[in-house]
Design a protein around this ligand. Structure first.
Ligand SMILES: [Zn+2]
Length: 100
């Protein structure tokens, strides 16, 4: 964000969500209360992925809190990443991560 505001990165550089991430954001993402800081046209959507030793290498896209809880019971060695995605301009950003 800082580099974008300083003009060191273009909008194309930071609004580069992969098509699969966009699909997840639109279909299973949860709308946040935050307006996209880049285009200010849409509220960002939150998409959660879990990565762990016994999961698919590309991670598991979590669609609900119940699914998150169910998957977290499988192993203690997993990390959840929550990504902010703008459905209008494709801006995406890792909002937070936490161990399960
Ligand atoms: Zn946007």
């Amino acid at each position: 964000m800082r580099e974008f505001r300083r003009g060191r990165l273009s909008r194309l550089d930071i609004c580069d969500a992969h098509p699969e991430l966009m699909r997840a954001a639109l279909n299973v993402g949860h709308e946040s209360r935050e307006l996209c800081p880049i285009c200010e046209e849409s509220k960002v959507r939150l998409v959660s992925y879990i990565f762990g030793a016994r999961l698919a290498p590309s991670g598991v896209c979590v669609t609900s809190d119940a699914e998150l809880e169910r998957i977290s019971r499988r192993s203690s060695d997993m990390v959840c990443y929550v990504v902010e995605v703008c459905p209008s301009c494709s801006w995406n950003h890792l909002a937070r991560s936490f161990s399960l």
